[in-house]
Design a protein around this ligand. Structure first.
Ligand code: ATP
Ligand code: MG
Length: 333
């Protein structure tokens, strides 16, 4: 199991190299949640799996590697804190590029009763996060349609793993699928990040996760989850649908600069798809490269993900098989 878990971390997700969590843990008793600790609990076995000790890195090493969280090392800021680039030299990790997320402890008052550092260290994704390329589609010459399609396939495969293969009777719901959490390695492979963090405060029943505090990101969140507070795997499917349209349209889910129907992509995409007007919103840069039948399959599955009623949304396995067909149409003669 340890081997399997490591494989997942390194192949499909952004691995977390270290977790320094000095505050008290939230009280989570369920066997199949992933609390923010240096343990990962695999539901199948109900056995906590320790990450190797050499992943526990002292704070002074982190400080050295980020030049004491110097602003020149600052990469970005998310809902949980600021992220810094660093060069880590610790144990087997010699001059390894890392992304250091310094959690904003004030956001964790619910279960943090001291003000010590809370830091996560991840493998650095050389090509950053997908949202940057959608915000500015000309960045580095822009991503090509095959590159974008491959990224989508990678994300679907990662989610398929979380939903269907992580354990026999359980699944993991990511809860914050969005282009900012899709990181790109040096070969432009997609790696889904931040799924561990999203589990905080989560209790689950077999297939349905019930949560007490709403989480997620504006423009990506399942409306049914927003309304009821019930999170299911279909909530991830909804957010994935938004990402698929982001890729197709070369823009982000939410653009504050728009003060009309373009503001929210989920709304715009649904309307244009229904009216047969996708042409209006597809990224002109990649449009000529998408075969019509590929476009039809790709947009249909994305549209189905956005169904307001979660029972009507496709499963991730269904999405994987539809996209594979679309891929074959696109790339085989
Ligand atoms: N491992 C990494 N490698 C390279 N860049 C990263 C890495 N992790 C995060 N980043 C960059 O830092 C930015 C902030 O990340 P962070 O995860 O804190 O916020 P977010 O993804 O925008 O929102 P959320 O807090 O909901 O996850 C990301 O948008 C990404 O560009
Ligand atoms: Mg993130």
């Amino acid at each position: 199991m340890q081997q399997r878990w490591n494989d997942i971390l390194w192949n499909k997700f952004i691995p977390m190299l270290r977790l320094e969590f000095t505050a008290n843990q939230p009280k989570l008793n369920e066997a199949d949640v992933m609390p923010l600790t240096n343990q990962v609990i695999i539901p199948d076995d109900d056995v906590p799996i320790e990450q190797p000790n050499n992943l526990k890195i002292p704070l002074h090493v982190i400080k050295t590697c980020t030049h004491d969280f110097n602003e020149r090392n600052f990469i970005g800021k998310g809902g949980y804190g600021r992220v810094y680039k660093g060069t880590l030299t610790w144990a087997d990790h010699i001059n390894q590029l890392v992304a250091v997320k310094r959690l904003d402890v004030t956001r964790f008052q619910g279960f943090c009763n001291d003000n010590k550092e809370m830091i996560l260290v991840y493998e650095y994704a050389t090509n950053g996060s997908l949202d940057a390329y959608l915000h500015d589609t000309s960045m580095f010459g822009g991503l090509s349609w095959p590159q974008l399609f491959k990224i989508c396939m990678g994300v679907v495969s990662a989610l398929d793993y979380l939903h269907n293969h992580v354990a026999e009777k359980h699944r993991i719901i990511h809860r914050d699928v969005k282009s900012a959490n899709i990181l790109l390695d040096e070969n432009w492979n997609a790696k889904l990040s931040d799924f561990g963090l999203a589990r905080i405060g989560l209790a689950n029943q077999r297939n349905t996760f019930v949560i007490t505090n709403l989480a997620g990101t504006y423009g990506y969140t399942d409306p049914q989850y927003e309304r009821t507070g019930f999170l299911t795997k279909e909530s991830d499917v909804y957010s994935l649908g938004v990402v698929l349209f982001e890729v197709l349209c070369g823009r982000l889910a939410y653009v504050s600069g728009y003060h009309d129907e373009r503001r929210f992509l989920h709304h715009l995409a649904r309307t244009c798809y229904k009216n047969g007007e996708l042409d209006k919103i597809i990224d002109q840069r990649i449009k000529k490269d998408i075969k019509p039948r590929t476009l039809s399959k790709f947009s249909t599955i994305a549209y189905r993900c956005l169904h307001k009623n979660r029972e009507e949304r496709p499963t991730i396995a269904d999405i994987a098989s539809q996209l594979t067909e679309a891929w074959k149409i696109q790339f085989t003669r």
